[in-house]
Design a protein around this ligand. Structure first.
Ligand code: EPZ
Length: 417
């Protein structure tokens, strides 16, 4: 069942409930390694990447109960510091085990992480940050050994390039370090704020998360606690695009509008009527075709790279011409070849594409290569003429909870083959 059959020409309308954020839940799960009492985490998205993270924690010795999107995690009996290759290589997020493992055990052995093929995705900034705090790093062919006298030593660190991953690594390592750590040029994503909030709940002393300067005063121990994962802003954006490309309307519930300021701006610019409430967003295209919008990705609060493929689809069927610039990852246009096979008029340049809207896409036999690209191709199938078959669908399951079920409820007709 690694293929989808999608009937086209659908209008996607209605209500959808947004799940917890995958990219907040993943680092938070690995940060539980730092504590030695039971932690209760709510709103865990039921997606493959999370299942792999749970398997990794269990392998290391954590006791985990999973009930209705709530995880009860107790890592007190954890005694293994070298997660296995077959799980580590499946998710990029596995790099976030390195810092809590070396902090807790004074040593860690970890294979280079896997994940979506959207660029070369180095981890040098994670490692540099750890070295600044006193960790010795030994790099081998396909794994890293990290060694440290505990506790680590707080430091003033300037991250050369804004990186979500490196900010999380350094922030978590500094939590139990001695003295003050200041992270400058930190990533400001809502997921970073959620990780800091989680660590503070357990007893950490972190301020400034959400700005470009984070202060962490080391504490001697982290305790148990309760945390609820924030809503997934990229899932929200993906459903807003679903309605926008089908001239429909949608209400996304249990979301956080302020995380999507730039995405909502672009949707308004494309002609959508948008209203927001405390935890909902309503988009209504009033049966009109979208207008083309230019996009340029950048770190938060800029336009998210994780919404770039979905907006390319919108621009493919919009009125007018657009330019979409990708500034974060160097290989994030692979999915455009599939859209081109559906009739999209896209010219791929170096780090940007030029898109000329066409009134209709036509069905085809499509292949997914990464998470956000796969969601985009599924949406394209919903509005194209005819029956689209989408292959390699394991990609979308990594990050979208009940994606088919939610889309079918909005009026799509998607089945497994
Ligand atoms: C996170 O990846 C997300 N992944 C990505 O989500 C997201 O696209 C990305 O942040 C940017 O928002 C998870 O949260 C699991 P980065 P991450 O470190 O941490 C370079 C999705 O679809 N860099 O902010 O890997 C890097 O190559 C995904 O859900 C270094 O040079 O992203 C990139 O150009 C995919 N050295 C830039 O920084 C490093 O050591 C930003 O990457 C680390 C990163």
């Amino acid at each position: 069942m690694n293929k989808l059959y999608i009937e086209g020409n659908k209008k996607l309308n209605g209500h959808v409930v947004i799940s917890g954020s995958k990219n907040a839940a993943l680092p938070i799960l690995f940060m539980t390694i730092l504590a030695t009492e039971e932690i209760e985490i709510h709103n865990i998205p039921q997606v493959t990447d999370i299942k792999i993270a749970i398997k990794l924690l269990k392998y290391l010795g954590a006791k985990i109960k999973n009930k209705n999107k709530i995880l009860y995690i107790d890592t007190s009996s954890m005694n293994i510091y070298n997660p296995p290759y077959h799980l580590t290589k499946k998710i990029r997020a596995s790099i976030w085990m390195l810092s809590p493992l070396v902090t807790r055990f004074g040593k860690a052995k970890i294979f280079f992480p896997g994940g979506c093929d959207i660029g070369c995705r180095p981890i040098d900034l994670h490692l540099k940050g750890l070295v600044s705090l006193g960790v010795k790093i030994i790099k081998k062919d396909n794994y890293i050994i990290a060694l440290a006298d505990r506790p680590l030593q707080g430091k003033h660190i300037y991250i050369e390039k804004i990186s979500v991953g490196a900010t999380v690594t350094i922030m978590s390592a500094a939590t139990l370090a001695k003295g003050l750590t200041i992270i400058e040029n930190a990533a400001q994503e809502p997921e970073i704020v959620d990780v800091a909030k989680f660590l503070n709940t357990l007893g950490a002393n972190i301020t400034g998360a959400g700005s470009n300067k984070i202060y962490i005063t080391g504490v001697s121990k982290l305790y148990g606690g309760y945390h609820k994962i924030i809503p997934d802003r990229i899932e929200t954006g993906t459903f807003l695009i679903a309605a926008a490309i089908s001239k429909g309307f949608i209400i996304c519930n249990k979301t956080e509008p302020k995380y999507l300021t730039n995405v909502l701006k672009k949707l308004s610019e494309s002609g959508a009527n948008i209203k927001v409430g405390k935890n909902w967003i309503k988009l209504d295209m009033q049966k009109k075709m979208p207008k083309a919008v230019n996009i340029s990705t950048s770190p938060y609060p800029g336009f998210p790279t994780d919404m770039q493929p979905q907006f390319t689809l919108l621009n493919s069927i919009a009125q007018g011409k657009s330019i979409i610039v990708e500034n974060i990852f160097e290989n994030r246009f692979v999915y455009t070849n599939e859209l081109i096979r559906m009739g999209a008029k896209i010219k791929i340049k170096k780090n940007y594409i030029v898109c000329t809207g066409t009134s209709k896409l036509s069905s085809n036999n499509l292949f997914c290569h990464d998470l956000r690209g796969s969601a985009t191709l599924i949406l394209a199938g919903c509005i194209a003429n005819g029956i689209t078959v989408v292959n390699n669908i394991h990609h979308f399951k990594r990050g979208y909870e009940s994606f088919m079920k939610k889309l079918n409820k909005l009026g799509a007709n998607i089945k497994y083959i």
